[in-house]
Design a binder for this molecule. Structure first.
Ligand SMILES: [Zn+2]
Length: 175
């Protein structure tokens, strides 16, 4: 084979690999294009003041994991609201997170709300939300069963290859 043919077939292989890796991310990347730079966030637990909360970002967790978010403690049933404008990306049940909602919004980023006692009525994937739209209620579902009720709040900046967890505390004015 000529040198040129080699180069062409090699670039095809690279294209296929890139496609295979990024194709499942395409819907996320297309939707993320709607959202701009990160903006100041609204406290996602109703009535909680930043000074009442403490950052637990990167605290050690079981299995050598690092805590990829912060825990906002509040009474069970306290309303959880969207910290940003955006759209509901996922509603589901995770082993660790329990009842969860993910919102795609400014950053662009995925905002992950976990351990919910229950979801707000009328949520569906694709529904647009504003800053302050109710998403659910604080609880202790998932691996928070034995802990006081709290909202686990995670922010994942959407990148071309993967979404990367960032510290939500400074975005909420928590020290
Ligand atoms: Zn947590």
């Amino acid at each position: 084979m000529s040198r040129r043919a080699w180069l062409v077939s090699l670039s095809c292989v690279v294209c296929l690999l890139v496609g295979a890796v990024s194709l499942p991310r395409m819907p996320l990347l297309i939707h993320a294009a709607r959202y701009g730079r990160p903006r100041a966030l609204k406290m996602p637990v109703s009535g909680l003041q930043p000074r009442e909360a403490r950052s637990s970002w990167h605290a050690p967790r079981s299995g050598g994991r690092k805590h990829e978010g912060i825990d906002l403690f509040a009474k069970q049933g306290t309303t959880v609201v969207s910290a940003t404008r955006g759209e509901i990306w996922r509603i589901g049940r995770d082993k660790l997170g329990g009842n969860v909602v993910t919102v795609l919004g400014d950053g662009p980023a995925l905002y992950y709300y976990a351990h919910l006692d229950d979801w707000e009525d009328g949520l569906f994937v694709g529904r647009r939300v504003e800053k302050g739209t109710p998403l659910g209620f604080v609880g202790n579902t998932g691996n928070a069963r034995t802990t006081p009720s709290h909202l686990h709040f995670g922010v994942y900046r959407v990148g071309w290859w993967r979404s990367r967890a960032v510290d939500p505390a400074p975005l909420l004015g928590i020290r």
